[in-house]
Design a protein around this ligand. Sequence first.
Ligand code: NAP
Length: 258
Amino acid sequence: MKIGFIGFGNMGQAIARGMTACGGVRGGDIYAFAQRQEKLKKAAAELGVNPVGSASELARSCEMIIIALTPDAVEPVLGLIAEELRGKILVSIAAGYDFERYEAFLPRGVNHISTIPNIPISVGAGILACEDRHSLTEEQYAAFEAVFGKIALIERVNAAQFSIAGTLGGCTPAYTAMYVEALADAAVKHGMSRKASYRIAEQMMIGTGKLLLEKDMHPAELKDLVCSPGGTTIKGVAALENKGFRGAVIRAIDAAEE
Ligand SMILES: NC(=O)c1ccc[n+]([C@@H]2O[C@H](COP(=O)([O-])OP(=O)(O)OC[C@H]3O[C@@H](n4cnc5c(N)ncnc54)[C@H](OP(=O)(O)O)[C@@H]3O)[C@@H](O)[C@H]2O)c1
């Protein structure tokens, strides 16, 4: 399958990188179009994908088209090629563009699905929140799953939960990176090297997530497992609670949603 990106900035490139490095897609089967051709050619050369000169050329060349444009450009760019999108698998990652918003301006019968990826998709460990309402055929949905399921956990949610699911997966890598940085700062304060501190904190994040996911474990169960009575870990838990750790995290998600 030929896969095209309309818009090839940070997120478009992250998805293409994940596809070629971990998703079994050949760079030669990926096409990309963006506004500034020189910048596009440079990014395309780095990833070994094909730059194209117009959205129309991209639509003609590809069966699956990923809309990775800034929100303000979605309607002006797609409006010019609306008829050429018929029969294609349209996968949107544009912020604020849910199923209803596409239905309002695309011609009837264009097959599309709205999603929100997160940046770890570039290493094949992403999350793709996706709206359960879509207009892909069964066969097209299976193709979408086959491509994206190799580089992300696909989590289908209803329209009312689409935004919060995107926030939870998409914004939290920043908060998580801040947590890792803070853990490493603490270790450095206690005399460890920067490099080793980051390595331990990063692997701890991966391992904790993997354990919770694979064992389908409740987070509180894992916390309790690690906290022996009167031990060191529970003293740290109490210190975090004393500083409003959970409240601060919940407030961060509220702020992003607002
Ligand atoms: N970054 C994230 O973590 C993330 C997460 C989830 C969803 N998203 C969504 O993904 C979309 C892309 O985000 P991004 O971070 O990749 O943004 P970005 O780095 O600014 O990339 C936007 C791309 O759109 C192109 N573009 C803008 N206007 C255009 C036009 N009129 N014609 C053709 N191309 C045009 C840009 O081309 P030029 O650079 O050549 O101008 C660029 O390739 C956004 O809607 C964003 O909300 C991002």
